[in-house]
Design a protein. Structure first.
Length: 253
């Protein structure tokens, strides 16, 4: 097992059990305790675990939301594949919403130059990345800027969304489950995401497979409100089938 695969398994176990133990992991994964400690350090630096005495706990158990820059360094290859698969959902021309997030940010980077698009964003960094594109008209939603996610929220972002109708919304999420739908830690950000889904003819979720083990404070959409879920091949096939049965088409990129 490669280090990255082992670390993903450690993270999966931590999220399932609420805590992992160094000695138990070493025995179950057939590596030394020193190797497990290095893995836990790497996962803590990635912002997904927090070290505690003898082991680690997932950050969501602490009510902690990793910063965008931290999340952008995790699951990079998977996020790039998801973004490329999302290109198939773009209209030939028309309008889209691209939600603030690390995976949606990769979609912004690879938008084709041969389509005339109006792109609505609630992220100044994404707006800046799109501003120089001659084929793209950018609409930036105003409001309060959340430093952790670099997303705009509150009434000045909500009001314009109530008057918009776009072809596709490309959504990000912190958590997703069949029972609880799409969730995020911050209620103000959840309100924006909910309005984005409502403003779109179709909604497409871009989320790597680790997002399907989490549930956070604020819900913003049921799975039945999402048309397509694009994730990576790490998503368990049984879980993919359960997600599909709840409504959306599931694409494992």
């Amino acid at each position: 097992m490669y280090a990255e695969e082992r670390q993903q398994e450690i993270l999966r176990r931590a999220r399932a059990a609420g805590r992992v133990d160094v000695v138990s992991l070493a025995g179950e994964l057939d590596v030394t305790t020193e190797t497990i400690r290095r893995d836990l350090t790497a996962l803590e630096r990635a912002g997904v675990l927090r070290r505690v005495h003898g082991g680690a706990i997932p950050v969501e158990r602490m009510g902690f939301e990793p910063a965008l820059a931290t999340r952008d360094e995790v699951m990079t290859a998977e996020k790039e594949r998801i973004a490329k698969a999302a290109l198939a959902e773009l209209p030939e021309d028309g309008s889209v919403i691209i939600d603030a997030g690390s995976t949606t940010g990769r979609l912004v980077q690879i938008l084709p130059a041969d389509r005339e698009l109006t792109v609505v964003v609630n992220s100044p960094p994404l707006a800046t990345a799109l501003a120089a594109r001659a084929n793209i008209s950018v609409i930036v939603l105003g409001g309060r800027l959340r430093g952790r996610t670099l997303a705009t929220v509150d009434d000045w972002a909500l009001r314009p969304l109530s008057q918009l109708h776009v072809d596709v919304a490309f959504m990000a999420t912190n958590g997703c489950s069949v029972a609880k739908g799409l969730t995020t830690p911050d209620p103000a950000e959840a309100a924006i995401k909910r309005a984005m889904v409502s403003a779109a003819e179709r909604s497409v979720l871009l989320a790597d497979h680790t997002k399907f083990a989490n549930t956070y404070l604020a819900s913003f959409a049921e799975l039945s409100e999402i048309d397509v879920v694009i994730t990576d091949a790490g998503l368990d096939l049984a879980l993919a089938a359960d997600l599909s049965a709840a409504g959306p088409e599931v694409v494992r990129a």
